[in-house]
Write a new protein. Structure first.
Length: 146
């Protein structure tokens, strides 16, 4: 029986937006997605925007499309290194049949270590994609960017 304390992964709903904005601002203080862009992603990817919830608290999210392009993922700071990012990533991987790829800032060593631990490899690099920072393109085996 659901006791309100188990972890649930479910599709994002518009009522979640305030918690999502909070997680986003904490995870990406210099370049957070705005409320409007998060809602735009929800319209664009539908069931590819999922949240990880415990009781009424959203602890993290991942956004990916039907072709396996991951747009963003984050876990609340105080809940990191507990395997929650891996749960979200594994969910996305299953739903895209093992095909996932993404761009990540070359200076985001935490995210790069995380993605490597998920089995991703660096398959490309785009100079100054983020202004003064390059993007690494990382992909799961057999995944290819469009
Ligand atoms: C990247 C992020 C989502 C990972 O979430 P998480 O819940 O902490 O990740 P997990 O606990 O599932 O970690 C799985 C593995 O990833 C690696 N990893 C995760 N965080 C790491 C860190 N800070 N340093 C080195 N390796 C790390 C480890 O191998 C870890 O396994 P371990 O804890 O058994 O050693 C989280 O750090 C985050 O929200 N960062 C800010 C937002 C961000 O940069 N998102 C990615 C943008 S592209």
């Amino acid at each position: 029986m659901e006791d309100g304390n188990s972890l649930v992964i479910r599709e994002f709903g518009t009522d979640d937006i305030d918690q999502l904005v909070e997680i986003e601002n904490q995870a990406f203080p210099k370049t957070p997605y705005t409320r409007e862009s998060l809602l735009g992603y929800a319209r664009a990817v539908g069931e590819g925007f999922v949240v990880l919830e415990k009781g009424k608290d959203i602890l993290g999210y991942i956004i990916f499309d039907a072709e396996g392009h991951v747009y963003s993922t984050a876990v609340k700071e105080k809940h990191r290194r507990k395997g929650l990012g891996a749960l979200l990533f594994t969910y996305a991987s299953k739903h895209s049949r093992g095909k996932l790829w993404l761009e990540v800032r070359s200076k985001n060593s935490t995210a790069i270590s995380f993605y490597k631990s998920m089995g991703m490899k660096t398959v490309g690099r785009i100079g100054n994609y983020y202004g003064t920072d390059d993007a690494l393109i990382m992909a799961l085996k057999n995944s290819a960017p469009r």
